[in-house]
Design a protein around this ligand. Structure first.
Ligand code: TMP
Length: 209
């Protein structure tokens, strides 16, 4: 049987890494094999592209260049990690996927419809079975983020940019309510975990797992 593809979205300070570990635990406790990957990044080629994308020194990067590099890394991640693991019947958890490009490049950078089209080509149309969006307003997120690293190129963008990103996520939530689940990430770690587990249980029930 083909595996399940689950993705996580959310800005700085939303607690994405903690909840990814909780999702992994959920499936491991059911005795299922979990493969974890991330975007930008994943396989070595895509990790090199990640370094280019996030380097604050690359302030000259054009918005279309940026969008294509995200899509290029994604094409590699899908073909090298995600699809083979799904074929093996594993649970694939990806930290960010196409929805990030819709939010950040289509809405944030205002590149519009071309982003979805390019990403359809990059992924061969692969769509997650479930996406969890940990929604937090950019100011609260910034205050909560524990900065053990310097802000990356995208984090340095204006509040107006991050407000458009959030609008992008809202529009996906409205157009794909069955796949794309919003969780208010201003709650505690345990509250967020319980909401996520509810959606995971629903998905498992629907797939007979
Ligand atoms: P991360 O901090 O979650 O690893 O993500 C790195 C940054 O890249 C984050 O600011 C969001 C941004 N991003 C995009 O702009 N487009 C994309 O397609 C992806 C995957 C991430």
């Amino acid at each position: 049987m083909r595996g399940l593809f689950i993705t996580l979205e959310g800005g700085d300070g939303a607690g994405k890494s903690t909840q990814i570990r909780n999702i992994e635990r959920f499936f491991e406790e059911k005795g299922l094999v979990v493969t974890h990957t991330r975007e930008p990044g994943g396989p070595p080629i895509a990790e090199k592209l990640r370094a280019i994308l996030l380097d604050p020194a690359n302030s000259e990067m054009d918005a279309v260049t940026e969008m294509l590099i995200y899509a290029a890394g994604r094409a590699q991640n899908v073909r090298e990690i995600v699809e083979p693991a799904l074929e093996r019947g594993e649970i694939v958890i990806c930290d960010r996927f196409v929805d990030s490009s819709i939010a950040y490049q289509a809405y944030g950078r205002q590149l519009g419809d071309m982003v979805a089209e390019v990403n359809r080509r990059a992924t061969g149309g692969l769509t997650p079975d479930l996406t969890i969006w940990l929604d937090i307003d950019p100011e609260t997120g910034k205050a909560r983020a524990t900065h053990d690293k310097d802000p990356d190129r995208l984090e340095l963008e204006s509040t107006a940019f991050h407000t458009r990103v959030r609008e992008g996520y809202w529009s996906i939530a409205e157009s794909e309510p069955d796949r794309f689940k919003r969780i208010d990430a201003s709650g505690t770690i345990d509250e967020i975990k319980d909401e996520i587990y509810h959606f995971l249980e629903e998905l498992c029930k629907a797939r007979g797992l």
